[in-house]
Design a protein around this ligand. Structure first.
Ligand code: FAD
Length: 405
């Protein structure tokens, strides 16, 4: 690379915005592009655990201090509330199976977070990247609207269905479809039900594994008005092995969930019974993708990936966002080495890729094992989340969760 260092970031999700914030904080030129022109309707929460210190490095102090505003319940302090961990129960009895602790753990509502992290960031919305051209000085991204932008390096932070990944890896970029029905949908309850649910469920993560090969999690998504429980939004995640035909998959699956949840214990049983009649939900495609061991050709450091684009894992151990933030911190550090003359762009991006590929492929595989375990009640105690908790993969040697340190 010669001259001015400029980073093109494709995707304004958690990873793209965390990279942008970190580059801005360190005075490195960047621009973010996102295909959306308005926020998408799908929303959920993520459990932020071991990635907290990386967020502290990436975000300006003022935004780091505002993390609680990104939470479903802005007033929840997991330490003060004595709920620093996640809760896994037997779905049939409601008894605790495991409650892995994690100091400082918190939930973030991803749409609230994206809104707050976009603050003072140079994001161009309505820009769908449709071609990448390598130039002697760097890289040019072309967009569907006919515009283009050039920089030194492009990072694809464009999510699980990444276009940039396809550009880098062609057929090898195709995700694997997991053989499970996956439901993710929000709802409001009556005031009385909402207050009762708030009391019954663990405020961070409350998930159940049922002997009949089924997973349900009940979560808080938002409390728009802390004093009015009718405004509170909850959501359910549910998975079970796929047996229906593809046409049935397109149908509303809430009635099917109602049937399947009858022999569950609380809080899952009530959460499903209280779903308002007009709530409909289709199964969501459940895809994973891990990088091949050969990684990708980063074109002399000009194109790379971060977040779900680099490693798209299942949510069952809650690691996707933590890894996305770790990637962001690693990528910003790589750019600092280039800026400081410590490494060439090619060296710095290759060092970055090595970590992302090794960590990402192991974590995707662990997430696959964890998903299977949530549908295998008899062997659940052997699963990664019981052995490793919600700690990062770097502290273990293998997918069984045996600790190295
Ligand atoms: C139900 C659910 C629960 C989860 N729970 C947890 C959890 O508890 N803990 C945890 O750590 N993780 C969790 N995750 C994973 C976590 O949400 C993701 O890992 C994280 O949000 C990924 O962020 P990202 O920025 O990489 O991708 P995304 O958030 O998908 O962002 C990608 C962005 O790229 C844009 N884009 C896509 N294509 C293009 C294009 N061609 N041109 C321009 N822009 C484009 C999109 O519009 C989007 O804004 C969960 C995921 C799900 C689905």
């Amino acid at each position: 690379m010669s001259g001015h260092l400029k980073v093109l970031i494709v995707g304004a999700g958690l990873s793209g915005l965390a990279i942008a914030q970190g580059l801005k904080k360190n005075g490195i030129d960047y621009v973010v592009f996102d295909k959306e022109s308005s926020p998408r309707d799908r929303n959920w929460g993520v459990t932020i655990a071991w990635s907290h210190p990386f967020l502290a490095q990436l975000l300006p102090e003022e935004l780091f201090e505002r993390l609680s505003e990104c939470q479903p319940d802005p007033e929840l302090n997991s330490k003060q509330a004595g709920c620093e961990g996640v809760l896994i129960r037997d779905g049939a009895t409601g008894d605790t199976i495991a409650s892995p602790p994690f100091p400082g753990v918190r939930r973030l509502n991803i749409q609230k977070t994206r809104k707050i992290w976009s603050k003072d960031i140079n994001v161009k919305f309505g820009k769908t990247v449709s071609n990448i051209e390598l130039t002697p000085d760097g890289v040019t991204a072309q967009f569907e609207d006919g515009t283009s932008e050039s920089g030194s390096v492009l990072v694809g932070a464009d999510g699980g269905g990444s276009w940039v990944r396809k550009w880098l890896l062609a057929d090898q970029a195709t995700p694997q479809v997991m053989p499970y029905i996956f439901l993710n949908f929000p709802m409001r309850f009556t005031a009385e039900q909402a207050l009762q649910m708030d009391q019954m469920m663990h405020p961070i993560v409350d998930v159940g594994v049922h002997p009949k090969s089924m997973y349900i999690g009940v979560f808080l998504l938002d409390k728009p008005d802390l004093h009015d429980p009718t405004t509170w939004i909850f959501y359910i995640l549910a998975t079970w092995p796929k047996t229906v035909t593809p046409s049935e998959e397109n149908a509303d699956m809430v009635d099917e969930l109602r049937k399947r949840a009858k022999d569950w214990a609380d809080p899952y049983k009530s959460a499903v019974e209280w779903i308002p009649e007009d709530v409909k939900a289709k199964a969501v495609p459940f895809r994973i993708w891990g990088p091949p061991s050969s990684g990708w050709n980063n074109q002399s450091g000009k194109v790379t990936l971060a977040g779900d684009a680099a490693h798209s894992m299942t949510f069952h151990r809650g690691q996707g966002a933590n890894n996305a933030i770790r990637d962001s911190e690693r990528f910003v550090n790589a750019m600092l080495k280039v800026k400081g003359g410590e490494m060439s762009l090619s060296e710095a991006v290759s060092e970055y890729d090595e970590d992302v590929i090794a960590r990402g492929s192991r974590e995707v595989e662990i997430s696959r094992i964890q998903t299977e375990a949530f549908h295998d009640h008899a062997n659940f105690l052997e699963s990664p989340v019981v052995k490793m908790g919600i700690k990062p993969v770097a502290t273990v040697t293998n997918a069984d969760g045996e600790q190295t340190a």
